[in-house]
Design a protein around this ligand. Structure first.
Ligand SMILES: Cc1ncc(COP(=O)(O)O)c(C=O)c1O
Length: 391
């Protein structure tokens, strides 16, 4: 089955009786009732907790349907659905690490994942070390006898550095170290982590999967049963669960993800190409563009791109940049991304990064291209650029 067909057919409601709809209805439940005493006593026995609906806090039918569809898309063994993209990162990390372990984390990791490493993992006796996104196979030299996990995100948050994922995962595999990739940007449509020797694929389903800016949800997909048990159990111990309405909406979003993402990718390419012609633009951070330092890696490993990129202007006056942002009509100002609408966000240094320094830029703008006509978006940016002072 081709990917696009799978997006439509995986996780559909099983038709076991007449009168059922296509989609699994929203199954709002805390209590799951047992037909008799014995079934109740045995409700957590064997594999039921992993495969059946036994209690609302360990997943409803909607979570199982979403998990089935995402696991198939990723080519994975199973998917664990969590309450947010951030918790997908933190649950995966905490499930795979213990006191005394060493974890290697890319320096351009999503900021709140970094906070979790620094504030929580460190407190629980895990040694956290950051590495440069350009490290490639030399990650092998940082791996120690107690290294348990390498945590990756490609391209990096805000600054969009590509990582040599095959070289890093090969070095980790050779040393018996588990690799986890936050693959939210590319999604499994444009890069399949598990087919590239990465053990755990994490997505903030909040973004392109859900696609409509109206929920938060996390997705962790693994290659084998052992990893699934470790991560599913950890989510259970923490009581980390996604509600049925959010699972329903995320699965509905998944059905149209390939169409939305392809359109948004093409529109982003058009907007980025235009931005490069503008004298006001110092840099656009977008690996699918040929001028990006990560372009060769992107081209080798990814089959497409999402619609999120960084923009650096020559202007170093923060008030003028503010006027430029405020003058945009179609780009709302807001965090998150992956929805149908265009967004702009501004990130003021310092980022708390240790290795990648960010100098001479008062603020880095992050653009998300939505499903509007790209020409309208270009015209909008062109109009707003007039707010910047002439040289
Ligand atoms: C790369 C990346 N990973 C994870 C997350 C967290 O997702 P959520 O907002 O669902 O917690 C984000 C959110 O912006 C993100 O950009």
């Amino acid at each position: 089955m081709k990917t696009r067909t799978g997006l439509i057919h995986h996780g559909l409601q099983k038709i076991t009786a007449p009168g059922l709809g296509v989609n699994t209805p929203v199954h709002r439940a805390s209590t799951i009732v047992s037909p008799d005493f014995e079934t109740y006593l045995n409700r957590f026995d064997n594999d039921r907790v992993y495969n059946d609906v036994v209690y609302g806090a360990v997943g409803t039918r909607n979570a199982f349907a979403l998990a089935e569809a995402v696991a198939a898309l990723e080519g994975g063994y199973k998917t664990v659905v969590t309450s947010s993209g951030l918790s997908a990162c933190t649950v995966a990390l905490a499930a795979l690490l213990k006191q005394g372990d060493h974890v290697l984390v890319t320096d351009t990791v999503y900021g709140p994942t970094r906070l979790f490493c620094d504030e929580v993992l460190s407190r629980f006796g895990v040694e956290v070390e950051y590495f440069e996104p350009t490290i490639g196979g030399a990650i092998g030299e940082r791996i120690k006898s107690d290294t348990a996990v390498v945590f990756l995100e490609a391209p990096g948050s805000l600054t969009f550095e590509m990582h040599d994922l095959p070289a890093i995962s090969a070095a980790a595999k050779a040393a018996g170290v588990i690799t986890v990739l936050d693959n939210t940007w590319a999604t499994p449509l444009y890069f399949k982590p598990l087919e590239n020797q990465i053990d755990v694929s994490v997505q903030a389903g909040t973004k392109y999967v859900a696609g409509h800016s109206d929920l938060v949800i996390g997705l962790i997909t693994v290659a084998d049963e052992k990893l699934h048990r470790a991560i599913a159990n950890h989510a259970r111990y923490l009581g980390d669960v996604a509600g049925p309405d959010d699972c329903y909406l995320a699965l509905r979003g998944l059905r149209t993800m390939s169409l939305r993402l392809e359109q948004q990718y093409q529109s982003a390419l058009q907007v980025v190409e235009w931005l490069f012609q503008r004298a006001e633009v110092k840099a656009v951070l977008y690996p699918p563009h040929t001028s990006d330092p990560g372009h060769a890696l992107w081209k080798r490993d990814f089959s497409g791109g999402s619609s999120l990129f960084g923009l650096v202007l020559h202007c170093s006056d923060i008030d003028s940049i503010g006027r430029f942002v405020d003058a945009l009509e179609y780009f709302q100002i807001g965090s998150s991304w992956g929805g149908f609408e265009s967004l702009v966000a501004a990130n003021i240094p310092p980022l708390g990064r240790r290795l990648i320094k960010w100098e001479s830029v008062p603020c880095l703008l992050r653009f998300h291209i939505g499903l509007e006509d790209p020409q309208d978006l270009i015209d909008d940016i062109a109009g707003a650029l007039k707010q910047l002072p002439a040289d």
